[in-house]
Write a protein that binds this ligand. Structure first.
Ligand SMILES: [Zn+2]
Length: 416
């Protein structure tokens, strides 16, 4: 089977459905295109021989490929692949028009003749390594949405290979497609884990060839709400309690070295993301991040203690704090039983001649939430570059390697 052709054909079909997610939306999915794409995938999963195909009311799509093993074969773990239906809202068009550059010969790439949009080789030195490959770019008016439709096409292509070649043995495989990853992993938070009974899972949601992610932040959000007291200036002395100043007092208690602008790699931070205030009310919004679980918990405790201090200083104010865990470090879900799931990635790369680039991600993936539910879900490369930008592109040779990874993982898991 021509893997590249299969991926391209599928990717183009999925990209034609606009499925940008909408931040701040209280409903999942946040846009109807995600449901539309999900329905298309249900049909295709059926054609590929999957069973128990189902879409939840939040547009999570589930499918199961029954095991195909020779009689007497040792038990094989049940494995899942999870990809997301939405594309990111980067304040550009939600409609995606991919452009295929056949046999890239180096130099600048014209994304859009009419609008005169170019990807300059000088700005994108990463292009050079793909000379001789077909490259898919956007037309410059949107992201490409390789994040994460390239992964959906990858999983579907692998399933097609299994269907086309009945001589390939495999265990039970689940494919799950979730909406609204880009707006806080909201889709994966609605996964019904009874319908996803896997031993471990994978996402294909990072960029260039070789990338592996199994360490992510522990992440939380916080809101400190302050109610003060307001009055007319002629009556303000010993009367006004200014929530704006209380918010400043609170923020001043946070370590200025532990902010996003002063940290890197696995260093954590508290990010004051918003201060909303008027003479009566103030709300301070916080993002709390740390790879280290104990340090993450300590940051939450510190915030609570800081709020207590501020309360003592301003006894007339009403101050409350709300903290919410958003996702966890994938690595904290590793056990002796599931550790193999990460080893398989490195084994597959070795067999395919791919040099691993292991990244401790300063962020999270669907796998960060799913792992927090006890299903270890590491992440490997799509082969694409520049996620979330209009310069996002898919070099098809690298994308094909990612499909080979999926197939190799299935092979290694089956072998045990
Ligand atoms: Zn993604």
């Amino acid at each position: 089977m021509d893997l590249q052709r299969s991926v391209v054909e599928k990717f183009m079909r999925y990209a034609a459905i606009s499925s940008q997610s909408v931040g701040g939306c209280s409903v999942v999915p946040s846009s109807p295109g995600q449901t539309e794409l999900g329905k298309l995938l249900m049909k295709e999963l059926e054609e590929l021989g999957l069973v128990d195909i189902w879409m939840s009311d939040t547009s999570v799509v589930y499918g199961r490929l029954p095991a195909r093993l020779p009689e007497g074969h040792a038990p094989v773990p049940t494995v899942g692949w999870v990809a997301h239906l939405d594309t990111v809202d980067s304040k550009v068009s939600p409609d995606i028009h991919p452009v295929m550059i056949k046999n890239y010969q180096g130099g600048d790439i014209c994304q859009n003749k009419e609008k005169d949009i170019w990807m300059r080789a000088a700005d994108h030195p990463e292009l050079e390594q793909y000379i001789g490959q077909d490259i898919i770019v956007s037309d410059g008016t949107s992201v490409l949405g390789a994040d994460n439709k390239c992964a959906i096409a990858n999983v579907m292509t692998a399933l097609e290979v299994l269907k086309e070649d009945p001589s390939i043995p495999h265990g039970e495989i689940y494919a799950v497609f979730v909406p609204d990853e880009e707006v806080g992993l909201k889709g994966s938070k609605t996964i019904d884990f009874d319908k996803f009974p896997v031993d471990f899972a994978y996402t294909i949601d990072s960029c260039e060839l070789g990338e592996v992610v199994y360490q992510t932040f522990n992440a939380g959000s916080g809101w400190v709400r302050i109610k003060g007291r307001t009055a007319h200036p002629m009556n303000s002395k010993n009367n006004v309690i200014n929530p704006c100043m209380i918010a400043v007092d609170l923020i001043n208690m946070f370590d200025r070295a532990e902010t996003p602008e002063h940290t890197e790699k696995t260093e954590g931070y508290i990010w004051v993301t918003n201060i909303q205030a008027d003479p009566l009310y103030a709300t301070v919004s916080l993002n709390i991040r740390d790879h280290n679980k104990a340090k993450y918990e300590a940051k939450k405790e510190y915030i609570k203690a800081a709020v207590e201090m501020v309360k003592l200083k301003h006894p007339g104010a009403e101050i409350s704090v709300e903290l919410e865990d958003v996702y966890a470090n994938i690595y904290d879900a590793v056990t002796d039983d599931n550790r193999k799931c990460i080893d398989y990635i490195y084994e597959a790369m070795k067999e395919l001649g791919i040099t691993p680039k292991t990244i401790a991600m300063r962020g999270g993936t669907d796998g960060s939430f799913i792992s927090s539910k006890g299903i270890l879900t590491p992440n490997y490369f799509t082969g694409a570059h520049n996620f979330h930008a209009t310069s996002e592109f898919m070099p098809m040779g690298a994308v094909e390697k990612s499909v080979q990874m999926t197939l190799k993982l299935i092979e290694l898991i089956t072998k045990g």
